[in-house]
Write a protein that binds this ligand. Structure first.
Ligand code: SAH
Length: 359
């Protein structure tokens, strides 16, 4: 009986070496195949022209290179592009290309949906449907880089699409190793930013990794009480636990942790919150990125005025804190932060609505 075809786009180079050796070929051939898949974005063995006819035939017999299907592709007035991808089991995820910020950036998903249920995030409303495999995480990069003709250009990756990357730890780390492989895209870890809502044990685990991406932490508040009302995980790992984990996180010279702070009118945007935030982050090598809320139906919050955002930013800056305000990109195509959701695939049973939780 024929063995099921193995997906070569799911393998790290050392795994591909073992596979190619099992077919009677040499590690050198695995490097060639890896280059075709990752450097040139080729998934059809017939096009891998520097492989022998015999090896190509053996690969056709026993292997595939999975490619996600693009089911929708929208371009925003600001140049942001959103790709909706269909996975092998029919589930959908979204990936976003943000041009020139100043580098080209791909915003990649790590899960279908998300279990963290942050109160202002549309993806959080879906609940967790399932984890993505390393192949599914990396295939977003291969697909975007291939279709935008950026395979041989430099670009950045932010793990800020759907999902909580540290809640899908092993697949995320495997994906980082696959992207870093020098026979492939050779993406330097400093080009990758991993954003977490603050899964403290996994932050400590990440601190031990040989391949260390930049770290972004979704803080969103300056008091435990406020954070607990908008980030349910705060009940398990408090803001102080998260900040302590940041203090012990190993950072290279000149690098800093980026703290994301979604700005919600009347909730966390007062001058007093700004002053408290400076205190909370004292002793952390930090920069703060303010994210004015991207409003959406079903999200029971409002974006503060530009004036209160600027006042907040100025208070931080005046106290010596590096601060930036994230320019929202792709809102017209629902590609902005917290707007990634694919209709009709909720992982959560319809909840009984709490009074006041919905508009
Ligand atoms: N799970 C990871 C990645 C989430 S997406 C994390 O929590 O960090 C990246 C950022 O977008 C997070 O800081 C998230 O809180 C923020 N975000 C979510 N919904 C948003 C919204 N509606 N408006 C602005 N930012 C939002």
């Amino acid at each position: 009986m024929a063995r099921p075809a193995i997906d070569l786009a799911a393998l790290e180079l050392h795994e591909l070496v073992s596979f190619v050796e099992s077919l009677g070929y040499r590690p050198f051939h695995a490097k060639q195949v890896y280059r075709w898949i990752w450097k040139r974005g080729v998934s059809d063995f017939a096009q891998m022209t520097d492989l022998s006819r015999e090896l190509r035939a053996a690969l056709v017999e026993s292997a595939t290179v999975s490619v996600a299907d693009v089911v929708a592709h929208d371009t925003s007035v600001d140049g942001t592009q959103k790709f909706v991808l269909r996975l092998a089991d029919g589930k959908h995820i979204e990936s976003v290309f943000i041009p020139d910020t100043p580098a080209q950036t791909f915003c990649v998903s790590t899960q279908v949906g998300c279990a963290m249920a942050c109160a202002f995030c549309l993806t959080g409303k879906m609940g967790l449907v399932r984890n993505l495999s390393a192949a599914e995480i990396t295939s977003q990069v291969r697909l975007l880089a291939g279709s935008l003709e950026l395979l041989d250009k430099s670009f950045n990756i932010v793990l800020m699409g759907m999902g909580e990357p540290l809640h899908n730890y092993d697949a995320t780390m495997k994906a980082l190793r696959m992207l870093n492989e020098k026979e492939g895209l050779a993406l330097h870890p400093k080009r990758i930013t991993l954003s977490t809502v603050g899964l403290v044990p996994m932050m400590d685990k990440l601190a031990q990794e040989p391949l260390m991406p930049n770290l972004a932490v979704s803080l969103h508040a300056a008091t435990e009480e406020t954070r607990a009302t908008i980030v349910p995980l705060n009940k398990k790992y408090s803001m102080q636990d998260v900040v302590d984990a940041c203090k012990r996180f190993p950072l290279k010279k000149r690098s800093r942790i980026m703290f994301e702070y979604v700005m919600l009118a009347g909730i966390n945007d007062s001058p007093q919150d700004a002053r408290r935030l400076v205190k909370v982050l004292a002793g952390v090598k930090a920069k703060v990125n303010l994210l004015p809320l991207n409003e959406a139906p079903g999200i029971p919050f409002e974006r503060p005025s530009d004036e209160s955002i600027n006042t907040f930013a100025k208070i931080l800056a005046d106290r010596g804190m590096a601060v930036s305000v994230r320019k929202s990109r792709g809102r017209d195509i629902r590609a902005a932060c917290g707007q990634l959701i694919v209709e009709g695939q909720s992982g959560r049973k319809p909840a009984v609505q709490k009074a006041g939780a919905e508009p």
